[in-house]
Design a protein around this ligand. Structure first.
Ligand SMILES: [Zn+2]
Length: 302
């Protein structure tokens, strides 16, 4: 069994990429597999789920079941290698295992067959980070447009925050490229551009035929993720006809009508407002992140 490791900061599209790779026969996406390691399983009260479960099957998942978790606990393992090995022994049909554990903390010193670093335009990454911190900033609603007005009213605070966020993301990527200089950088918000040129490059890197992955219908395939970003999860629930639990935010994700979530990423138009954007665009952090990831410094057009 070969292993694909997906590395990248939050909101860079790592989960949706996993769902896409999962569409190929005998390719299995486990999402945030690190949640199975001993540090998490045997640490009750710690942040995060002490008992990680498959998003779709829960306790009854045939892949992420208590017998596998017990193996981790008995061996007190904090190595993803052990999980890959046990998984492969139990599921010999699976040819490629896709691990979306994202962080270098888990992948370091653990180079497998393929490393994909997920990226998005810096302004899109920034918008996701800021929106996720809305409660911290004092905004207690879900509305994205309303949040934009709140950003304008508090633009000094948000500018300072943006610079800190961008600096952290720059450092994160620098560290990743230092450890994995040959990794494939996948621009998730540009997968669909130039007749899927980015997708064709990814297929070449992964040594598979053209159009091996069903990018448009990823939400209709059986998948067993252990957590991760909720946008692809809601798209999958919607494709199964389960939409009754959609809140305002989830229905926004659901309205994306895209194979990935690049339309969702256009929420930056509301969040990185003109007044914030003008200042962010001139910051060295913004310039540096654009440079590292190979994006134009001009903001994307709608
Ligand atoms: Zn499952």
């Amino acid at each position: 069994m070969k292993v694909v490791q997906i590395i990248g900061p939050s909101y860079s599209g790592s989960t949706v990429l996993g769902y896409i790779l999962n569409t190929k026969k005998n390719w299995f996406f486990g999402s945030e597999v690190y949640r199975l390691l001993d540090d998490h399983l045997s640490a009750p009260g710690k942040k995060g789920k002490p008992n990680p479960q498959c998003d779709f099957c829960g306790e009854t998942c045939e892949f992420w079941n208590s017998s596998l978790k017990n193996l981790v606990l008995e061996n007190k393992t904090n190595s993803l290698d052990d999980v890959y090995r046990w998984f492969s022994e139990r599921n010999p049909d699976q040819e490629v295992f896709v691990d979306g554990s994202k962080s270098l903390r888990w992948f370091s010193g653990n180079e497998k067959d393929y490393q994909i670093v997920t990226a998005k335009h810096p302004v899109r990454l920034l918008a996701s980070f800021l929106y996720n911190e809305r409660k911290k900033s004092g905004y207690n609603e879900e509305s994205i447009e309303g949040f934009g007005r709140y950003v304008d009213d508090n633009v000094d605070w948000f500018f300072k925050r943006s610079v800190l966020v961008l600096r952290r993301v720059v450092n994160n990527y620098k560290e990743v490229f230092e450890k994995f200089p040959d990794a494939f950088v996948c621009k998730m918000d540009e997968l669909h551009c130039d007749e899927f040129l980015e997708m064709r490059k990814l297929e070449q890197y992964l040594n598979v035929e053209e159009k091996s992955f069903d990018v448009f219908n990823f939400s209709q395939y059986e998948v067993h993720p252990l957590g991760g970003n909720r946008a692809p999860y809601w798209q999958a629930m919607h494709s199964k006809g389960k939409k009754e639990s959609f809140g305002e935010r989830d229905s926004y994700y659901n309205n994306a009508e895209s194979f990935g979530d690049y339309k969702i990423d256009n929420k930056f138009f509301h969040i990185v407002t003109k007044s914030l954007g003008e200042r962010v665009g001139k910051s060295s952090e913004y310039q540096e992140l654009s440079d590292i990831l190979g994006y134009e410094t001009t903001f994307p057009s709608e």
